[in-house]
Design a protein around this ligand. Sequence first.
Ligand code: PRX
Length: 632
Amino acid sequence: MQGNRIKNFADYKKEYQKSIKNPELFWEKKAENFFWRKKWDIVLDWDFVTPDVKWFDGGKLNITENCLDRHLETRGDQVAIKWIANNPDEKARDITYKELHLNVCSFANVLKRNGVKKGDRICIYMPMVPELAIAVLSCARIGAIHSVVFAGFSSKSLSDRINDADCNILITADGGFRGDKVIPLKSISDDAMKNAPSIEKCIVLKRTNTSINMMNGRDVWWHEELENVDSNFDAEIMNSEDPLFILYTSGSTGKPKGIVHTNAGYMIYTEYSFKNVFQYEEGDIYWCTADIGWITGHSYIVYGPLLSGATTMMFEGIPTYPDAGRFWKIIEENKVNIFYTAPTAIRSLEAKGLDFVTPYDLSSLKVLGTVGEPINEDAWHWYNQEIGKGNAPIVDTWWQTETGGIMISNLAGVTPAKPTFATLPLPGIQTCLIDENGQEILKNSVEGKLCVKFPWPSMARTIYGDHNRFRETYFSKFKNKYFTGDGCLIDEDGMYRITGRVDDVLVVSGHNLGTAEIESAIDEHENVCETAIVGYPHTIKGNGVYAFVICHHQADDEESLRKEINELVSKIVGPIAKADKIQFVSGLPKTRSGKIMRRILRKIASGDSENLGDTSTLLDPSVVKEIKCGVQ
Ligand code: PRX
């Protein structure tokens, strides 16, 4: 299985060429490494107009047989999941492949006992404990479609998602530990279920011992149910294109989109990308700090690593509990080799200072990764020098919930890295840039809208219950292309740098300005930690530029700092991009996955701060109050 890893830059180029020349043959070869109940009839059938994409149609398989059963003989006693509790005093748990297989089969029997059938939608609202991964895999084993909702979402977000997918089962826990807080998951679930009549059964894991209500006939305890089942479960045989899961992601407007991924293509691509991007080697300890509630957790905590027979770590807590050295302590204690996290986490830990880093031995690290947002130059160098000690290549991985797997990234130590650049597309990924006239740009050193012009195995197939919206959002802007919604620059060497969402573009005096461009210019100021730019109505320019800026330390003279910042912007981007208003803030409104909620900042900047809409996904709502008070 290690054989199909790309080992040097020349290999990559060859592999990429092969993947473009004959994509069907290329992916068919990869597919042969998996366990199929029946081989496919046709490798690829596609149409980007409808859109309709099928990979390995006619094939029959179960993804859990590939994640678990086929490893039992060769690595049954190897640790599959290494779990670290929120509380450093609580014992870690090691679950071997054999044990995980047994747990998944047993819980699949619990699902069956509670009426679950192939094709049912199961909502999972759980803390980051191994049972979350077990629940996910058990759904896949029985052929039910899992819809994991991040355990930080409100009861309203939860019921909306349950209703959208018409789920009949909810799997949750009494509570979850996060830092010094206990999140009352069952009581939030109770509120959600009041508005979600489709739920027939709620299976509850005991985690925090919080006192909760159990509704007779509807609610059952996970541990009690297990007492009534055995641990044999024949995997349901699925078609390649049967849905595997739904995962909700927010759109630029309207209700969240239930992105649907299917079995075979997702399986093949997550394994391939995992091994190649991280250059996973047999025996490596791999840790991705994401939550399984996001796509990163689905693809690169659960499926990709388990398909590859890796040891994947799961962490229940947060980076700053009990202090800002927690990540580094865990790396030392577990001799982590591959570490994958978000730029937001890196920046926030950088801001806490090196005293939290230097006590720990990080020499086990071979590969570092980032995901989810552009990484700024300063954070990149800090990560490289202070965490990787210059010895661990950083992979900057660009992808989306919709793409299922990593699309553009360097391959650790194998293809060149370049700070702030995701660099090059993976084999099989035919990216292109589109100009304002909708034409493909065929030269380098240009900026455009990032699209993909050929199907790849792990691409989303639809939005649950709304195929029209799927077509409209991704396939109608540019003919025969998947539109990512991101802007991108290709430099003179053909390297890709994601410049941010194109819906974050501001038109000022008739000029297009990328918010990310102005933000990174402001971030160059030595006293600036982070910036968010939004537009606000301006009588002369159409849009004015409003900057919310976090400083390292409070300025003695705010007016002269504003002047210095604008001089920098003029210098780097041009006078047109100068901020009309600069407000110094102590934090920015962010989602739990680290994305700045510009919608809220836009409202505040335009003087409409009473009407902020749904703020339930915010990490720290108190930030908004402070920002409202300081409006310029
Ligand atoms: O704007 C891009 C940004 O995150 C978006 C996708 O968000 P989501 O579906 O939540 O998935 C995040 C985890 C895969 C993209 O459209 N993004 C993701 N990775 C990067 C990035 N922006 C810059 N660089 C990245 N490496």
